[in-house]
Structure formats: C-alpha cells, structure tokens
Ligand binder design. Structure first.
Ligand SMILES: *Cc1c(COP(=O)(O)O)cnc(C)c1O
Length: 237
C-alpha cells in the first residue's frame, strides 16, 4: 500500500471514530511523527497529503528546516527537549507538545520573550508515573497551567500524553479520559486570555481509536504511516 492510500485509510478510520463518539471529524488532526525519516521521505509524505509533521529531535528539526523539507506543511515539536536546546525550537515550530517541567517552561518563555514572540505550547502529563518518561505528574498540571498564565512568552493550548504501549484495544482509554478531564478542570479553574485549552494531543499508531473516543484533537502517528522504525539511538539532546 502506498503512502497516499495509508493516509486515506487512516483518515477514514479517524473520521469514523470521531463520528462514533458524536464528534466532528474536522476537530481531529493527523500529525505525522517523522522521527528518523529523511528530508526526502518527509517531502514525499507531504506530497501524499500530510499537512502536519512532528519532530522529536532537535538535530533532525535543524536538518529538515535547513533542507526546506516541511514546505507545504506545518511542523510541531513533540520530543524530549532540554533547556539548553530551546533556541533551536522556540519560534521555529507552531506548537511544542512536550513541555515537561517548570524549568523547561520558564526557559521556553524566556527565549520567546527574547525573540519578541509568544510560543504556543502543551503541557506533557506523565499519567502513569513512568520513570522512563518525562512530563508533569497529573497533580502538577493545574499549578503548571497557572504558571503559564503568568509567563509572557507562552500561550497554553492544551495537554499531551504518551501512555504505556497498549497491548489491546481499550487499554489506554482510561488514560485518555483522564487527560481530557485534566484539561476540563484547568479550563474551569483558570480564566485567562493566554490560556485557550483547545488541543488534546493523544493517540499514536497503537491506540488512536481510543484517543479519539476520549476527545483527542491531534493524533501523532509514526509507524502506521512510515512502517516500523529502526530503534533510536540513546538520546543525546
Ligand atoms: C514516535 C512518536 C509517536 C508516533 O509513534 P508510533 O507508535 O510510531 O505511531 C508519537 N508521539 C511521540 C512523542 C513520538 O515520539
């Protein structure tokens, strides 16, 4: 199956999942997780209909931007970000999904201030308390959102999560429901024009139907579009 057919098949499945949940399919975006893909592969994906790319690694983002590989699409940052690398990302992507600590949040805001812009961000929430993953513990989501309202360089747009890999359909549904509830709680408790919680970034190749059922507005799909990836080298950034 070629990429165009895969995208069409995925989009049809997304639309059906949204309708089954009583949602408007137009409210669910498909983000192509392009880690380890070449600039040519990204160009081919955009030619085949991808409109939104998500990068994990600063080095890959730098290289693909230098190549002009994202022409015709938007690009988001979805991977682990270290505070000393924020200048590679702030102002260069439309949305950072992976704000995982107060230190990073402050560094991103400071860099945006320096550039005279406001960076759209999501808070990454570590719902299962996995030591191997970044993110705010759920009980810190509200204080972190309150801090966003105080920082001039960021606009909080919503929440993101990467739950444990699901072994069966339905398994991650409770995590996705919990992320949605957190977003609802934050919206109810913090009224500020710099907080506009309209994005829920959740669902990957193995669990996106459950994420859409629970309210995802952006699924991040890699292997279901590009095929299996070689294992990534240990992260250096
Ligand atoms: C790689 C990655 C994805 C996509 O994973 P697949 O299982 O290949 O769909 C989504 N989100 C993040 C943050 C990723 O790193």
């Amino acid at each position: 199956m070629d990429l165009r057919e895969k995208i069409a098949g995925l989009r049809a499945g997304m639309d059906a999942a949204a309708r089954a949940a009583g949602r408007d399919p137009a409210d669910v975006a498909l983000l192509a997780a392009t880690k380890t893909q070449s600039s040519d592969a990204i160009r081919a994906a955009i030619a085949a209909g991808v409109t939104l790319c998500g990068e994990n690694r600063v080095q890959e983002l730098d290289a693909h931007l230098a190549d002009g590989a994202y022409a015709g699409a938007s690009v988001h940052f979805i991977g682990h970000l270290q505070t000393n690398k924020v200048k590679h990302v702030v102002g260069r992507v439309a949305l950072i999904h992976s704000i995982s600590s107060e230190k990073l949040l402050r560094a991103v805001s400071a860099q945006a201030d320096k550039l005279g812009l406001v960076q759209d961000i999501l808070l990454e929430i570590n719902l299962a308390g996995e030591a191997s993953k970044s993110g705010f513990p759920p009980e810190e989501a509200l204080p972190a959102a309150a801090l966003c309202a105080q920082l001039s360089g960021v606009r909080l747009r919503g929440l993101m999560c990467i739950p444990p890999a699901a072994a069966a359909p339905g398994e991650n549904l409770p995590y996705f429901q919990k992320l949605r509830q957190l977003a609802v709680d934050i919206t109810g408790k913090i009224l500020d024009n710099r907080i506009d919680m309209d994005v829920l970034s959740m669902g990957m190749s193995g669990d996106w139907p459950d994420a859409i059922a629970a309210g995802s507005t952006c699924i991040r799909v890699g292997s279901a579009l590009f095929g299996p990836r070689p294992p990534m080298s240990p992260r250096k950034d």
